[in-house]
Design a protein around this ligand. Structure first.
Ligand code: SAM
Length: 220
């Protein structure tokens, strides 16, 4: 998995263009592979970050941060927050660090690490953000345990992930392109299994769907 995302790190420009819907090719890839038109894309963004309070100033962990294309610009608004960005891949982290420097972000630290073994105390964070992470994690049970462990009681777990069974073309693309390259790692949640899991693990859970992306805002 670390090596898989080394390639993505090298192709960071294309990856970011798709993620941010900022070029014609990125826009086309979103439409063809993810079934997202521009309006859907805006909904996807809104649901992915729905759990972030305005002017957040507590302690936040983002895992995995990837290149930080979507999240780092938001951290500009979080004066006073302490932000820990974690990813397995050094290449992805390197791209995120460059972006952070360009944005002149303060209070953001980067860590190379595994979500399945987070080097933080329990109940340490006010908020855990996970954008497009769980479909990539290999040790999913350990990831759930760790994310829950480091989150304070009353803290927020939010973000988004791919769910299977919503769009046949997306599922085909994932099985035949993303999985063989190690970008995605089965098994995947369906919308229903994810909803059940979040309601079991958290005291409150709101879940939404835009095409094959489920968004969630949960309270421990
Ligand atoms: C699809 S990318 C999403 C990254 C970012 N949140 C985004 O939306 O751009 C998946 C990321 O998960 C990271 N990753 C995969 N397994 C991981 C693990 N066990 N611990 C930490 N990061 C991991 C990869 O290195 C990659 O950067």
């Amino acid at each position: 998995m670390k090596d898989s995302y080394k390639i993505v790190g090298d192709l960071a420009k294309f990856y970011d263009a798709m993620l941010t819907n900022s070029t014609l090719l990125g826009n086309l890839a979103l439409k063809i592979f993810w079934g997202l038109n521009s309006a859907d894309y805006q909904k996807f963004l809104a649901q992915a970050f729905a759990g972030l309070p305005k002017n957040f100033n507590g302690r936040l962990i983002e895992v995995p941060v990837g290149t930080g294309a979507l999240s780092l610009p938001i951290y500009k608004n979080f004066d006073g927050a302490e932000i820990f960005c974690v990813d397995f891949s050094e290449k992805m982290l390197a791209a995120a660090k460059i972006r952070s420097e360009k944005l002149n972000l303060r209070g953001v630290k980067f860590f190379q690490g595994d979500v399945a073994n987070l080097p933080f105390e329990e109940n340490f964070f006010d908020l855990v953000l996970s954008i497009n992470g769980f479909h990539a994690f290999a040790e999913k049970n350990a990831a759930w345990t760790e994310i829950h462990r480091v989150l304070k009681f009353g803290g927020i777990f939010c973000g988004c992930m791919y769910v299977t069974g919503e769009n046949r073309r997306t599922d085909f693309f994932i099985e035949n392109f993303c999985e063989p390259r190690g970008f995605f790692c089965p098994p995947y949640e369906t919308f229903e299994t994810l909803e059940k899991k979040l309601r079991e693990k958290f005291s409150r859970a709101q879940i939404s769907l835009v095409k094959s992306f489920a968004g969630f805002v949960c309270t421990k």
